[in-house]
Ligand binder design. Sequence first.
Ligand SMILES: CC(C)(COP(=O)(O)OP(=O)(O)OC[C@H]1O[C@@H](n2cnc3c(N)ncnc32)[C@H](O)[C@@H]1OP(=O)(O)O)[C@@H](O)C(=O)NCCC(=O)NCCS
Length: 181
Amino acid sequence: MVHHMGTQEIKTKRLLLRRFVPEDLQDFFMWTGSPEASRFIMEKPHKTIEEAKKDLDKRIASYAKPDYYMWGIIFENELVGFCCGNEINEEIRSICIGYGLKKQHWNKGIATEATQALIRYFFEIDFNRVFSYHNPLNPASGKVMTKSGMTFEGRIRGGSLLAGEICDCLQYSILRSDYQL
Ligand SMILES: CC(C)(COP(=O)(O)OP(=O)(O)OC[C@H]1O[C@@H](n2cnc3c(N)ncnc32)[C@H](O)[C@@H]1OP(=O)(O)O)[C@@H](O)C(=O)NCCC(=O)NCCS
């Protein structure tokens, strides 16, 4: 059984992972409103700050659920992105990790550091399998997965939706038995 803890604060060497708060709106909109930064994570970018606020408010309200895992990533006192766990399967104790960052913070190792912290967090609360997948056009995300210790599992044909289109995805995972806590 998974011992759900919800979204609790996590500290890493350079990052603070914490719950979103309403004051995050401007920073949040910097990636959710950017066609480039949102391309592989959203159906379409937010067009207005009001649209972003609705989404942010929904995420904040969801913290009431014990199995809701959604962190803002703080780097050098700035909200630079998010990381999350969803697609939970309780029977096999499996969870999927996702992430996204403002463009100016790409390629600093931030998503990898956050993903490594989430893997530890999810194994500590007794998940058995942590997986993730990315679009073949987005190899940087696959790099994050391998650098975080995940193993490539294969190409899932027609396995995901991107901007409303069904597409293939490349999937990775790590099992509790692969991991030293
Ligand atoms: C994917 C994303 C989260 C990566 O975050 P990040 O903090 O830049 O990741 P890291 O710095 O930890 O690692 C990125 C790696 O990808 C590599 N990389 C970057 N662009 C690449 C490309 N076009 N092809 C291959 N590798 C690439 C980097 O060199 C780095 O590897 P290295 O450390 O071996 O040099 C970020 O690019 C992003 O927010 N993209 C938009 C949202 C998104 O795609 N989310 C994932 C959806 S599955």
